[in-house]
Design a protein around this ligand. Structure first.
Ligand code: G1P
Ligand code: ZN
Length: 544
């Protein structure tokens, strides 16, 4: 084989964040930058000879270029079977599905999730292990170490692989297999959910459904599942063609960025069921007619109704949520008599719990919901789960949520994001608050008294690894909680996230706007941490 050894030197800052390495495209275009990181992954894996690897991405700008580079390097490093999604596409959950189905050594997924795409925007790369899930912290730390010691990478001199033609070809001695990115995933969905019942619902002319793929990777998946397999009216899936720049939009399914869907669902003649997904297809937002479903509530409702869905009929082993996610699912777990785990932010912390059979469902407030059917959060899966429940209960989604609140109480929740703020100021704000945490209990801010405060750390019950500094938590005497942390997925400046939640059982007070119900906590947080002062902002950039 014609392997080329290229001398190289470490680049600063190749430490994977919450979900892989994310940088501006321009940074990835620096000669050797992508190569160094990919070689660091392979060096961490050790001997790759004779192994199989899955490669695909969300179709954003630079996806195809990166895939050609990675294919050459993978073959030069000894991989003999490369499974690639046609057109270079694989949604994050589909990549997880394919890694598991074909029992490969793992996969490389190219995505910066919901961050905008294009020559001046973001790109990203992450490694998933043989369980199909994001590399654990141990592995990402080892990759980072390797990136600091790298002195060469291995590649080939070869022509580009045709990523558009399905089927097998050869690159030196290795087999390149271009697969349909949708089929395996769609088959898995069909095995989990009651497609005949859901099909009857979506074929009913009185039921109107809209799925907004936001010009991102889920378009082809959603078309195949909703329109071809379930028989929804053609056109039910909108913005369905993946674009390199996501049509200039911000492919993040929330009330701000999914404004097209929000307008359809909240207009004069609203649809019955609406949903959207993000750049790489792992996030979801579900809406009923004129009704937004908070992701924390969504997780709780799915857990409470899982027995209605064929794939979960036998019950749940346990559930988990990230720490900033509201405690709504904890209440369901208590009633079901199952364990509920509280993990740091980021999907990688759920993998061990699923592999050990401790949990079936899990989720994050950041529009991420999933189960042990694979090892990533899964946007379309969550939407199908909801559709299955709506079909089974023959009730609108909004009624299902309101019934849930009546039964369990409501955990009001909101997250305030302050984006692109000065990194130093953000770090100083968090450090200052952290220093005085011990002194806060007993003190009153904007009329609310702090009962306890800490910096969240997590001991993984499966491998005993410890993750510290995972967010500052303040618990108040009204039962409310405020969490503050800095984002680990940004590519410029810092983003401060402030999470608020408050439990309410009074049936008369279950229908307030979240910002009204949480106003006291919001004032208290500003007073205790100086949010406006440090960020220089009067209001958050995004409220979810
Ligand atoms: C954000 C979300 C987090 C999610 C991650 C990847 O990370 O808050 O829940 O797992 O994106 O989708 P953050 O930017 O907060 O570090
Ligand atoms: Zn994503």
């Amino acid at each position: 084989m014609n392997v080329l050894r290229v001398e190289s030197q470490p680049f600063e800052g190749q430490k994977p964040g919450t979900s892989g390495l994310r940088k501006k495209v321009r940074v990835f275009e620096t000669p050797g930058y992508l190569e160094n990181f990919v070689q660091s992954i392979f060096n961490t894996l050790g001997d790759c000879s004779g192994q199989a690897l899955v490669i695909g991405g969300d179709g954003r700008y630079y996806n195809r270029v990166a895939i050609q580079t990675i294919l050459r390097m993978a073959v030069a490093n000894g991989f003999t079977r490369l499974i690639v999604g046609q057109g270079g596409l694989l949604s994050t959950p589909a990549a997880s599905c394919v890694i598991r189905k074909y029992a490969t050594r793992g996969g490389i997924v190219l995505s910066a999730s919901h961050n905008p795409g294009g020559p001046d925007e973001d790109f990203g790369i992450k490694f998933n292990g043989d369980n199909g899930g994001p590399a654990t912290e141990g592995v990402t730390d080892a990759i980072w170490q390797a990136s600091k010691e790298i002195d060469h990478y291995l590649t080939l001199e070869s022509l580009d692989v045709d990523l558009d033609r399905l089927g097998e070809s050869r690159l030196e001695g290795a087999v390149i297999e271009v697969i349909d990115p949708v089929a395996d995933y769609a088959d898995q969905m069909e095995a989990l959910f009651d497609f005949p019942k859901m099909s009857a619902l979506v074929r009913n002319p009185k039921f109107r459904l809209c799925f907004d793929a936001m010009h991102a990777v889920t378009g082809p998946y959603a078309r195949e599942i909703f329109e071809n397999r379930l028989g929804a009216r053609p056109g039910s899936v909108v913005n369905a063609d993946p674009k390199e720049d996501f049509g200039g939009g911000h492919p993040d399914p929330n009330m701000v960025h999914a404004h097209e869907l929000v307008a359809l669902m909240n207009g004069d003649d609203p649809m019955d069921f609406g949903a959207a997904s993000d750049g790489d297809g792992d996030r979801n937002m579900v809406m009923g007619s004129g009704f937004y479903i908070n992701p924390c509530d969504s997780l709780a409702v799915l857990a409470a109704n899982a027995h209605l869905v064929p794939g979960y009929r036998d019950g749940l082993a346990g559930v988990a949520r990230s720490m900033p996610t509201s405690r709504a699912v904890d209440r369901v777990a208590r009633e079901l008599g199952i364990d509920c785990y509280e993990t740091p932010t980021g999907w990688k912390f759920f993998g061990n719990l699923m592999d050990a059979g401790r949990i079936t469902l899990c989720g994050e407030e950041s529009f991420g919901t999933g189960s042990d059917h694979l090892r990533e959060k899964d946007g379309l899966w969550a939407v199908l789960f909801w559709l299955n429940i709506v079909a089974e209960e023959a009730k609108p989604a909004s009624e299902i949520v309101r019934d849930h609140w009546q039964r369990f109480g409501r955990d009001y929740f909101s997250r305030h994001d302050f984006e692109g703020i000065d990194s130093d100021a953000a770090t100083r704000m968090i450090a200052t608050l952290e220093e005085k945490l011990d002194t806060l209990p007993g003190q009153t801010f904007a009329g609310l008294t702090v009962e306890s405060a800490d910096s969240f750390s997590y001991r993984d019950p499966v491998d005993d690894s410890v993750s510290t500094g995972q967010g500052l938590r303040l618990f108040f005497n009204n039962g409310g909680r405020v969490v503050m942390r800095l984002s680990g997925t940004g590519t410029s400046g810092a983003a401060l996230r402030v999470y608020y939640d408050l439990y309410q059982v009074d049936p008369a007070l279950l229908g307030q706007p979240a910002q009204v119900a949480l106003a006291g906590l919001i004032d208290a947080a500003d007073e205790v941490a100086g949010i406006r002062k440090y960020t220089g902002r009067e209001a958050p950039d995004v409220i979810t």
